[in-house]
Design a protein around this ligand. Structure first.
Ligand code: SAM
Length: 280
């Protein structure tokens, strides 16, 4: 990946902190989840900042009501517009003009390309829905983009927002131990990651592939690339339709497919939408 910041030092680029503002009825859940692992360390190091805004704090009745029954009838409740609007205005007073993203199963599917785009931004405001969803007038007036994490429905936008904030955080320079780790992740160059092994060399479940112990860096890189291409061909052939493979990649993949067919037969290989004929 060649990111905009790839050739810049933090100081030369801009304030390195990425700011997340999250409108949520469950701020403790979001804050707590953000303390763990890579994201927690990024928070501690000041690479990201997290601010939660609870719409319940922006209600005006004694019951701190944030939901009401849907006009037109039907099951469930709807997230009311006023507490959301007030919470958003409070967030914006600090976050400025950061894009407002609504987590929604009806939104555009989040992916690694979008993660790379958003990781260049100084900040984002996430709106976590609950109930049957939020009043459409809020969406129409304040939301810049609706984003989904997949074709399934969870109970609230918090888990989707956490997944997205994690994906963005690990792309920020200086967050992972080596920035190259993120570059080698699945999807970063359009294909899946290769398999990984660590000690012991020999376990009850098998031995580590000999090439990884050889110390031959060129052979290791070639093996990893072939495994990446092969895994993509087997599991996500749709991705291969979107990347441009150079002649070395095509040779590696051809070899992988031939081996695979020799071991498992052509029938299984034919499941892939990229037929061996597509790989010269
Ligand atoms: N009735 C809505 C629908 O069918 O489109 C689903 C509402 S869901 C129970 C409550 C909230 O969870 C949504 O407003 C949204 O914020 C969040 N949510 C659920 N599934 C999601 C997904 N796949 N991606 C992103 N957010 C999701």
């Amino acid at each position: 990946m060649q990111a905009l910041w790839a050739n810049m030092t933090y100081e030369a680029a801009w304030d390195p902190k990425m700011r997340f503002d999250v409108l949520t009825l469950f701020p403790d859940l979001v804050r707590q989840a953000m303390t763990a692992g890579v994201v927690g360390r990024a928070l501690d190091k000041g690479r990201i900042a997290l601010n939660c805004w609870n719409p319940r704090d922006y209600t005006e009745d004694n019951y701190r009501t944030v939901d009401d029954r849907p006009y037109g009838g039907g099951p469930g409740m709807v997230f009311m517009i006023e507490p959301l609007r007030r919470a958003l205005l409070a967030a914006r007073a600090q976050a400025g003009a950061a894009p407002v993203v609504l987590l929604s199963p009806q939104g555009r599917r989040f992916d690694q390309n979008r993660a790379r785009e958003w990781a260049q931004l100084p900040g984002l405001v996430f709106v976590c829905g609950r109930y049957e969803g939020i009043d459409q007038r809020f969406v129409d007036t304040y939301v810049d983009e609706e984003i989904s994490i997949g074709d399934f429905v969870v109970s609230g936008g918090e888990v989707p927002a956490l997944a997205i904030m994690d994906a963005l955080t690990r792309l920020l320079p200086g967050v992972l131990h080596t920035d190259a780790s993120a570059i080698e992740d699945s999807f970063m160059d359009g294909v899946l990651d290769c398999p990984h092994y660590t000690r012991p060399e020999l376990a009850d479940e098998g031995a580590v592939p000999a090439v990884l112990l050889s110390g031959n860096h060129a052979a290791i890189a070639r093996w990893r690339r072939q495994k990446s291409l092969g895994a993509t061909w087997l599991r996500r052939p749709d991705l291969l339709g979107k990347v441009i493979l150079n002649s070395a990649d095509r040779r590696l993949l051809r070899e992988f497919i031939d081996d695979h067919e020799a071991n498992f037969g052509v029938e299984l290989s034919a499941k892939s939408v990229v037929t061996p004929r597509d790989v010269p």
